[in-house]
Design a protein around this ligand. Sequence first.
Ligand code: ADP
Ligand code: MG
Length: 249
Amino acid sequence: MPEPVLSIRGLRKAFGAHVVLGGIDLDIAVGSIVGLLGPNGSGKSTLLDTVTGFVPKDAGRIELDGRAIESLDPGAISRRGLVRTFQLPRMPARMSVREVMLAAERSGSGLADALLGRRAPSALAVDGLLERLLLTPVAEQPASAISGGQKKLLSIAMALANRPRLLCLDEPTAGVHPNLRQEIMALLRDANAQGVTLVVVEHDMAFIRGLCPRCVVLDRGELIADCAPDDLADHPRVVEAYLGRAGAR
Ligand code: ADP
Ligand code: MG
């Protein structure tokens, strides 16, 4: 495997007696797109929460570019290039859609880009992102007042404007109109072509098949599969735990 941008070893997290992550090992290769699947409550969001410094882990080692993530500091972690979106995005009060985009762009790896002499990739520029996600008509509205689906789109655009090297997306298409799912997929493919590594938590199997050459499945604290999406049906535990119950769409 090419060098991992993210390396997770023995990651454990319990809430009281409930073990949500029972010792997870996972490597994410630089430049890859990995789908993270699993039934509701299997710990997908908790995995992202622990990796991105929003929730303390109980045990284990998480390395970003070979260097341990020790601090519970999402801001510091995002400045190292690891950015995530939330299942239920919240927006700052009293800022317009365009203002939150510009803030995301400024807070991101602009410094690193300047140091490396790189220019902003044009497809990830603020106005281009707003246009592609059909947010231009609401660009001057308060970000806290747009619809849930629009907030989802805006949170993806904000994350990309931040110019991450590794972006973890928590259910990027949930609550988004089906017509826009193709555009999200195209945008994420373009971001990946420009070097952004992606981890995508998603239930929409068509979306996963279209975007992710590799997927991993969480269930009851363990990773129970790591394969191409088309090979998931060959894993009896996946069929029993996930495809059978949730229904492959
Ligand atoms: P998923 O994203 O796969 O649906 P989550 O990671 O959100 O699953 O949740 C995994 C389990 O951890 C669930 O049973 C959930 O109730 C529990 N959990 C998550 N966060 C907390 C918390 N802050 N306190 C207690 N239990 C939690
Ligand atoms: Mg979740």
